[in-house]
Design a protein around this ligand. Structure first.
Ligand SMILES: [Zn+2]
Length: 687
């Protein structure tokens, strides 16, 4: 599943998109206990032996970290995960009830999807047979001229992307238009750097990857010798594709990923792939132009198609096919997939219980069906109304912040305010739910359900091309613990799942809520003005609305943040990438500042002071502790390294310490002295 647009999330949830679902497998088929409801502002989490001015993260989270080791089936465990686990459990209850005794046609549909996924005996009995037709199609292919036919059919029927990805996106120069986009894809490792880096750790991981691919071929029935040869072929093709792929940092700049051309121009660039045939197979044969997101990749693909043997290309496509469905096949495939992607790459100790996998899978396939019942049960209307008020408080605060910036000219401020005024807010769940009537679900056909669901989503996505943009659509399902800003839509989105403790509790004092959900709202708003978002105007079009001098000052200020976060270490010898995490860091810093100002306004309206104490802490201290505690987490070393290379978000420790040291109100609240780590002499500020 790819998110086509530049949407910026609050967190990268449930690991990375390897294939279709999160790491998982077939152990316990039912929960053993009910996850406890997280609380906002946890006094027992605080490590009072730590000095908040030296290491605030340790102060806010030290005892929590000590008392909350990472569960075996997780690679990172934080307060975020506590809430996600609870939401997932509540969702499981709905799914189980619907599977056992559905009361509505929609419950019957998602209940059947869940029940089919949970049927481990059936999965084990079927082995790899559900994907045999796809494997046979690859095996029968023997003519370069028909590669586009094969790729088109495999993509259309099974959602398997050989080499590249095809989807719709909003035209970044005219956000009212939906256009086709062809983008780099088709790697088995999480990032191109895993193929290209020459350090010892990367080399070892590549060897482990080849061993994994070999084992998967053996599971398909190959001899060990055949399998080893095929795995080597896979590595040859994927390395060439990685060399042509654009880096994550380069992809952050909208100009780098926008190359609209005619299909005829694309055809001239890649003569060995017949685009007309491919697009016709994808029912988009009349497409005349598309955004070729990453042209260098298509040149690399062309070279592979022209120079690599048919057998080598077949090995690659065969691997991509089995990899795509590995988590949904029988136990040996699931286990081997876990061994590499979860254990080796991310340090996970135990396979995720099947009930969790199937709950997440059903949410992915039928999120807005499941979500209707989940919202009715778990999201009171009052929560939505209160959230609206908070969003408006934050909007006013960001407006004030912009007006008072000393580095920005009045001309640019007018444009910035226009953009802020144009923000659309989406809270909780969609106004209009998706219609799933065209999706067939069968209780005895788990892989078929998955294939049909992928095809259904794919069609939904490609059908947008040439049609008006649906501004009411969501990119996240209601129980999701996350939030996002979409620069083409210029909207901020908060699913019901995140509007709960530790982020939001309407029974608690405002300082705690502003430090939790308040900063989350401020974070999403600031994304509209980070290194990417600042390049989009109020209508969601890439257009410079900055005076050259202001843009220069903005770039100097973001460069300060790049340097700051470049120095933060997440594992021995592994530092954050300041350029990769720039947008998120800017959003965190801006969010912390404007939510604090919004808190002060709210307290003033209620005739309260930031110095008033509750539980022995001032309002200001409670605000910062609440912010810090949202990010309490423990992470396995492998996962920390993986995230440093692929996740645009900084780790919890640096989301907290990186931001408070840039904000002098923090130092004042805790009585820090200039020169202490959390109150350095020189700090960074953009917004
Ligand atoms: Zn974000």
């Amino acid at each position: 599943m790819t998110f086509r647009s530049f949407a910026a999330f609050l967190v990268l949830s449930s690991g990375l998109c390897f294939g279709q679902s999160s790491p998982s497998a077939d152990t316990a088929s039912a929960p053993t206990s009910v996850p406890k409801k997280p609380v906002s502002f946890d006094l027992s989490a605080i490590d009072k032996t730590a000095d908040p001015c030296t290491d605030f993260y340790q102060y806010a989270c030290g005892n929590w970290k000590k008392d909350n080791p990472i569960p075996g089936d997780q690679t990172r465990w934080g307060r975020f995960n506590e809430l996600a686990e609870r939401n997932n459990y509540l969702l499981y209850e709905d799914l189980k009830a619907a599977a056992d005794a559905p009361k509505t046609p929609l419950q019957k549909k998602y209940g059947d999807y869940f029940a089919a996924c949970m049927n481990v005996e059936l999965a084990d009995k079927l082995g790899a047979t559900p994907i045999e037709p796809a494997l046979k199609a690859v095996a029968a292919w023997n003519n370069r001229k028909t590669l586009a036919t094969l790729a088109g059919e495999m993509a259309d029927r099974y959602g398997i992307s050989f080499f590249f990805d095809f989807s719709s996106e909003q035209d970044q120069k005219d956000s009212t238009r939906q256009i086709g986009a062809l983008d780099q894809d088709g790697l088995g490792l999480p990032d191109r750097d895993y193929y290209l880096n020459q350090d010892e750790r990367s080399k070892t991981l590549r060897e482990q990857y080849v061993a994994h691919v070999t084992k998967m071929f053996v599971l398909l029935g190959d001899t060990p010798e055949q399998a080893a040869t095929e795995a080597k072929n896979v590595m040859t093709v994927e390395t060439a594709l990685a060399e042509g792929s654009m880096s994550r940092v380069d992809r952050r700049n909208p100009a780098n990923v926008y190359h609209v051309m005619t299909i005829a121009q694309l055809q001239a660039m890649t003569p060995d792939f017949d685009w007309k045939i491919y697009l016709t197979a994808k029912k988009e044969g009349s497409l005349e132009t598309a955004n070729i997101v990453s042209p260098g990749f298509f040149k690399a693909m062309q070279q592979q198609l022209a120079s690599t043997s048919i057998d080598t290309l077949k090995s690659y496509m065969r691997w991509q096919t089995v990899h795509h469905f590995a988590q949904n096949l029988s136990e040996p495939f699931v286990q081997e997939n876990f061994n590499f992607y979860s254990a080796t790459l991310a340090g996970q100790k135990e396979i995720t219980p099947r009930w969790k996998r199937c709950t997440a899978a059903t949410d992915r396939a039928l999120g807005e069906a499941v979500g209707q019942d989940w919202v009715a049960r778990n999201f009171p209307p009052a929560a939505r109304d209160n959230m609206e008020k908070l969003v408006h408080a934050l909007e006013a605060s960001l407006g004030q912040d912009i007006q008072h910036l000393d580095w920005m000219s009045a001309t640019t401020k007018v444009e910035a305010q226009k953009k802020l005024d144009a923000f659309r807010n989406k809270i909780g769940y969609p106004e209009k739910w998706r219609d799933y009537s065209a999706l067939t679900v069968k209780r005895d056909d788990p892989i078929g359900n998955l294939q049909r669901s992928i095809a259904f989503e794919d069609r939904h996505d490609l059908n947008k091309i040439g049609k008006p943009v649906d501004e009411k659509e969501w990119q996240m399902t209601p129980p999701t613990v996350n939030a996002y800003y979409d620069p083409s839509m210029n909207d901020i989105n908060f699913p019901a799942g995140i509007l709960q403790p530790p982020f939001y509790d309407f029974k608690i004092d405002p300082a705690v809520n502003f430090g939790g959900i308040g900063v989350v709202i401020g974070h999403e708003m600031t994304h509209g003005f980070d290194d990417q978002g600042s390049q989009y105007d109020a209508h969601g079009n890439v257009r410079s609305w900055w005076t050259p001098e202001d843009k220069k000052k903005f770039d100097e200020r973001t460069a300060c943040e790049v340097k700051e976060y470049d120095n933060f270490e997440v594992a021995p010898g592994q530092k954050l990438n300041g350029n990769l995490t720039l947008g998120e860091n800017t959003a965190d810093n801006g969010g912390l500042r404007i939510a604090y100002a919004a808190l002060l306004s709210t307290l003033a309206e209620e005739n309260k002071s930031a110095a008033d104490k509750i539980d022995g802490y001032t309002q200001a201290q409670r605000y910062f502790i609440s912010w810090g505690q949202v990010w309490c987490e423990n992470t396995r070393e492998q996962a920390a390294r993986l995230r440093a290379k692929t996740d645009p978000h900084s780790s919890g420790q640096w989301r907290v310490n990186g931001t408070v040291q840039n904000f002098d109100e923090f130092g004042k609240a805790f009585g820090c002295k200039v020169g202490q780590p959390m109150m350095p002499e020189h700090s960074c500020r953009v917004w």
